[in-house]
Design a protein around this ligand. Structure first.
Ligand code: PPS
Length: 288
């Protein structure tokens, strides 16, 4: 039976929605195929943006084709568990080549993705903006635990006891995996700075060759303002989400953390960042 969304449990120390934990065997044993493409991210890092870019590249920039269905039906969310149409069921029913989405930390990814050597695109976002975006998402999405006040959430987020686990472990874990597996690692901030350059990287990674004008069209159609108005990318019909509390397409900027962090929180976060990132070559620009 399905547990009311919002309740959580753990898999190997990672907090996840209870329904995901209860279906864990099915998720872990998912059979990836060699031509699957996986889009992985920590929640609120720019997943939907990357998904739409990928779909448009696959469809040679044809916006009508990319409007064939809402994004979560075009690219099943692997660990999405519902009574009907769970992510795994959607993926199993889908013709190849498939593109799938996950927020799982690297150690919880079903092993078949590694065995089949699937291509993976990971997108990461600086911890401060990622935290702010996640806070609003937990407020508006009734499928996730209530975040409490901003001050409470700040502590929960830093403790790593948020759904899908610690931001630090997530971004570092996937970064490390890049050494041994075909992973294109993208950054939200770089996509903001030069979308065309980053879209070209994705195109090359997918082995496609599109004309400049097609790339320009993809840049336009994946801009924040256009995606915010696109019902196939803005989750407007998701009944769990209360877009009046906070829209899914909220601000789409870098540096919004400055409107939320106190000076003390910023100091605490910077210290935390230094400590947690000491053992990785991965780094983020913290002055946005
Ligand atoms: S989810 O629920 O994990 O799939 O969310 P995700 O898509 O990863 O992240 C949502 C945030 O990404 C912003 N967004 C964009 N920013 C810039 N350009 C485009 N095209 C775009 N599309 C989505 C979205 O607004 C969320 O960030 P915030 O900071 O909350 O606005």
């Amino acid at each position: 039976a399905l547990i009311p969304p919002g309740e959580v449990s753990q898999v190997d120390g990672i907090v996840l929605e209870k329904n995901i934990c209860n279906s864990w065997d099915k998720i872990w044993n998912f059979e990836a195929k060699p031509d699957d493409l996986l889009i992985a991210s920590y929640p609120k890092a720019g997943t939907t943006w990357t998904q739409e870019i990928v779909d448009l590249i696959q469809n040679n920039g044809d916006i009508e084709k990319s409007k064939r269905a809402p994004i979560h039906l075009r690219q099943p969310f692997l660990e999405w568990v519902r009574t009907t149409n769970s992510g795994i069921d959607q993926a199993n029913a889908m013709p190849s080549p498939r593109t799938l989405k996950t927020h799982l930390p690297v150690q919880l990814l079903p092993p078949s993705f590694w065995e089949k050597n699937c291509k993976i695109i990971y997108v990461a976002r600086n911890v401060k903006d990622n935290m702010v975006s996640y806070y609003y998402f937990q407020k508006m999405n009734k499928g996730l635990p209530d975040p409490g006040s901003w001050d409470e959430y700040f502590e929960t987020f830093l403790s790593g006891k948020v759904v899908w686990g610690s931001w630090f472990d997530h971004v570092k874990g996937w970064w490390k995996k890049k050494e041994s597996h075909p992973i294109l690692y993208l950054f939200y901030e770089e996509m903001m700075k030069d979308p065309k350059r980053e879209i070209r990287k994705v195109m090359e990674f997918l082995g496609k060759n599109l004309k400049e004008e097609v790339l320009d069209k993809i840049v336009y159609n994946t801009s924040f303002d256009v995606m915010k108005r696109n019902p196939m990318t803005n989750y407007i019909n998701d009944v769990k989400m209360n877009h009046r509390l906070s829209p899914f397409m909220r601000k789409g900027v870098t540096g919004d953390w400055k409107n939320h962090f106190t000076e003390a929180q910023n100091k605490q976060l910077n210290e935390n960042y230094e400590k947690n990132m000491a053992d990785t070559s991965l780094s983020f620009c913290m002055e946005l």
